[in-house]
Design a protein around this ligand. Structure first.
Ligand code: SF4
Length: 699
């Protein structure tokens, strides 16, 4: 055991891994971080943490960190280390040249859910005010963009409706397409405590809708009342069948609907879900879930008391991702499970600041606070503050930027804190798009896979090296505080500011608090947010404004943000990805507790816990049919590509379904995934890929 001694000072800050947003006390000796202690006053974690936040911060000191800016004329040339001044003036000059030659819409940027609200706000401001285009997007494109579309359409804003504490008042918890034990561990513990019950109070009943038998379905301490192991890609069918039961059996809360929702739209939706082809019996043919289980789940959700829905990427990363989000919202409105503690619709955000990145105007069609760029009054507000015109036309999404690059119309991309070559679907298309650009600027901690196609590398800073805020899955805005000086010399917000200045923009922020003040001036849901309040009160949950001066733990209490709640008919449409003789199995993907996304940080932390490999879970019957044993190497092939990994034979997956994680670059799981995507948002369909599995001798 290493004696770390007594700390000399401590800084309270926020974890930079998942969307729970745990508060920690970072203990320092000199300039060395020696310990991260979960902070008892943290409003999201109440003194708890998981292994990642507690122990996986060594990547900040890792030798792989790039600390000097680098440039090169072509991607087959070696990198050349340069000063910040040279890197930024070179980048600004190249951007301006390309804009003059090809027009402002040949440029774009990608913001990161890993960075602070202030940094994200500055990147979209640089793209809009400096490049002169709305070609800005964020990595939420590949995770929760359907949440944005679905909840805005039905409720009027793109955010979870509850705070985490609200789960203590739930009588029924429905978890669909989420594995919080691994992906949101601190909230999972909270949820499990409510499911177990306490002090004579019976526990909440639990419904899990998931193709895989996750830890929530059965573990040593809890068991789900119902597990609906649906075929991947059939979420909408299961939710529609549940709605059918609720309407046919008269379980809808018509008093709530008449008071709070558009009654005509409700009737239209109710007539649709009630037709015979939406019955659990008919839809069982596509979902694989027994009608009895669907009926039991519908009755429990509608009549079991306060019922809350929690969902994750197993809902959004589908060709019907936005439809699934709206189907969930329909169920909550139909049963009156919205607008008070213990109920609601709760997207479990994967990355620490997905909520914040979306809030800050990172989408090509929206300015901060989810206001469409076509709205003249909103644009006028920004134009007055920034002194430049804002384009009223939405810009390009990430996949469209790549398409346009391949076609020769898109030339330069600034990517902050995102490894799109590893995290986005159809790796070959991403590579082709990047290779076709004349200027790729990667702003990151490490030379990631995307940097293989970059001409400029701007070193990034970790969350330990900067001030700012993150917004967690419950809309809680929390302070990130600088624990140590940036090893690369500049925090990320300073890099973006210096690039803007090199392009002739007169930015002059001296602290991120001034950026938050600007956000508050321009964003009605943030108008009451400032650093003085955050420091005094610990956190604030938006909206924070004149109507909600203390913030909003629960949303849509007296009325929906859009006025009347809107029911949307969500017909089940099968994915175009089909199994067949060549690819008879369905692959779905997820995460494990000790790793984080593509592993850039966790794999660079010195502890064996953070290493290992991605494995392929396969049912014993499917393994036996292929002559496979636990631990064997297998070839995993799809219509898009193939990879090699080891088999884990387990009944966690049903026959016909296989499952893997995507933490290790050696596996390159996204080589296998398809280029199908959500009809409304282009969020990739990572969760359904037709594959074949066969024995292999290894990579
Ligand atoms: Fe960090 Fe999430 Fe773990 Fe909390 S639960 S310590 S926010 S990774």
């Amino acid at each position: 055991v290493k004696d770390i001694g007594k700390p000399e000072r401590a800084v309270v800050t926020t974890c930079a891994y998942c969307g729970v947003g745990c508060t920690f006390r970072a203990e320092m000796r000199g300039e060395q971080l020696v310990r991260m202690i979960p902070w008892k006053d943290g409003k999201a974690n109440h003194g708890h943490s998981c292994v990642k936040g507690r122990f996986a911060w060594g990547y900040a000191q890792h030798a792989d960190r790039i600390l000097s800016p680098m440039i090169r004329d072509a991607i087959d040339q070696p990198w050349r280390e340069v000063s910040w001044e040279e890197a930024l003036s070179y980048t600004a000059r190249r951007l301006q040249e390309l804009r003059e030659r090809h027009g402002r819409n040949a440029l774009g940027g990608i913001t990161s859910s890993r960075c602070t609200n202030e940094e994200t706000f500055l990147v979209q401001k640089l793209v809009r005010a400096g490049f002169g285009t709305n070609n800005v997007d964020t990595c939420a494109r590949v995770c929760h963009s359907p949440t944005g579309y679905g909840l805005k359409t039905t409720f009027g804003t793109s955010a979870g409706t509850q705070d985490f504490d609200s789960v203590d008042d739930s009588d029924v918890i429905l978890v669909i397409g989420a594995n919080p034990t691994d992906a949101h561990p601190v909230f999972a513990s909270r949820m499990k405590r409510r499911i177990r019950g306490k002090d004579g109070r019976p526990g909440a009943r639990l419904i899990v809708i998931d193709p895989r038998r996750t830890d929530l379905v059965r573990s040593p301490h809890i068991a789900a009342d119902l597990h609906l192991p649906l075929r991947p890609g059939t979420n909408v069918a299961v939710l529609t069948a549940m709605a059918h039961v609720i309407v046919i059996e008269g379980l809808a809360d018509e008093e709530f609907i008449r008071a709070r929702c558009d009654w005509e739209e409700y009737r239209h939706w109710a007539d649709f879900v009630a037709i015979d082809r939406n019955s659990p019996e008919v839809l069982a043919e596509v979902t694989g879930v027994t009608p009895q289980d669907v009926r039991a789940a519908a009755r429990l959700y509608a009549t079991g008391g306060n019922a809350a829905i929690y969902y994750g990427l197993g809902v959004t990363e589908h060709s019907q991702g936005s439809s699934t989000v709206m189907a969930i919202a329909n169920l909550a409105m139909a049963t009156g499970n919205i607008g008070r503690r213990g109920v609601g619709v709760n997207p479990l955000r994967g990355q620490n600041n997905v909520q914040g990145a979306c809030d800050m105007g990172s989408f090509p069609h929206e300015l901060s606070g989810y206001r469409h760029v076509s709205d003249a009054a909103t644009r006028a507000l920004f134009e007055a503050e920034w002194g430049v015109p804002i384009d009223p036309e939405p810009g390009l999404r990430i996949p469209n930027m790549l398409d346009a690059a391949v076609e020769g119309a898109f030339k330069a991309l600034y990517i902050q804190g995102e490894d799109i070559l590893q995290s986005d679907p159809d790796t070959r298309h991403v590579a082709a798009g990047l290779a076709a650009m004349e200027l790729v600027i990667v702003h990151d901690l490490f030379l990631n896979e995307t940097a293989n196609y970059a001409h400029v590398f701007l070193p990034g800073s970790t969350f330990l090296e900067k001030d700012g805020t993150f917004t967690n899955a419950e809309r809680r805005i929390q302070r990130v505080r600088k624990v140590m000086e940036p090893r690369n010399g500049l925090a990320d917000w300073e890099v973006t500011q210096e690039l803007a200045r090199a392009m002739g923009l007169g930015w002059n922020y001296t602290h991120p608090s001034q950026i938050m003040d600007e956000i508050a001036r321009l964003t009605p849901t943030f108008s009451g947010v400032n650093y003085a309040r955050l420091d005094a009160e610990g956190s604030l949950q938006w909206p924070v404004n004149a109507a909600a001066p203390d913030g909003s733990p629960i949303m849509h209490v007296d009325g929906f943000v859009r006025g009347k709640g809107r029911f949307v008919v969500t017909d089940y449409v099968p994915t175009d990805e089909r199994t067949g003789p060549r690819f008879p199995l369905l692959l779905t993907t997820g995460r494990i507790l000790s790793q984080y996304n593509v592993g850039a940080q966790t794999r660079r932390t010195a502890n064996a816990m953070w290493h290992g490999e991605d494995v392929l879970e396969i049912h014993p019957t499917d393994a036996e049919n292929r002559g496979l044993q636990d631990g064997d190497w297998v070839r995993l092939a799809s219509r898009s590509g193939e990879t090699t990994l080891r088999a884990k034979v387990t009944e966690r997956v049903a026959p016909g379904v296989v499952y893997t994680t995507f933490h290790h670059p050696e596996t390159q799981a996204n080589v296998v995934t398809t280029d199908f995507s959500d009809w409304a948002t282009n969020c990739p369909e990572y969760k359904v890929t037709a594959v074949q599995v066969s024995p292999s001798n290894g990579p």
